[in-house]
Design a protein around this ligand. Structure first.
Ligand SMILES: [Mg+2]
Length: 158
């Protein structure tokens, strides 16, 4: 095994440990230790897979855009779980107890916020905030991820 493969393996192992995984990705059970998961995800995203060394997200070049975006989606998922734990909302789309129609309403609300940001840029002398647009797009993606988690976990009605 070449060195950077073992580096990646060790990062993946840390993430798997946060989900109480041992041998497989089946039967994922998320840890409530969000800080540990966030740290493990960031370490994973900041590993340059080709060079086998750490590169801060801010310094990463084009080839790692996917890593950066996926990290932000994962961090948003963790943030959503944190908000639910604080009582800001009763459910995330990853939970049991929501119908598909209710999950769709959550997604539609986030999707609508993308439209809101685009609408803000309409008109003479106005422009779209790419930072806020990107934030809303990441939130849409995170809601989709949560819904997929519920499907995988058998918490979604047919
Ligand atoms: Mg939003």
């Amino acid at each position: 095994m070449i060195p950077h493969d073992s580096l990646i393996d060790s990062r993946v192992r840390k993430i798997r440990e946060c989900f109480f995984l041992t041998e497989s990705w089946d039967g994922i059970s998320i840890s409530t230790d969000n800080n540990r998961l966030v740290a493990a995800l960031r370490e994973f995203a900041e590993c340059d897979w080709d060079a086998g060394r750490d590169v801060k997200l801010e310094e990463q070049q084009n080839g790692t855009e996917i890593q950066r975006v996926m990290l932000h989606v994962a961090l948003e998922r963790v943030r959503q779980n944190g908000l639910r734990e604080q009582g800001k909302f009763a459910y995330t789309c990853a939970d049991a107890g929501l119908s598909n129609a209710e999950r769709f309403m959550v997604l539609a609300e986030e999707f609508g916020e993308v439209g809101h940001e685009l609408n803000e840029g309409l008109g003479e002398g106005r422009s779209v905030s790419l930072e806020r647009l990107r934030t809303e797009l990441v939130q849409v993606a995170a809601v989709c991820v949560a819904w997929c988690e519920a499907i995988d976990g058998g918490r979604v009605e047919r």
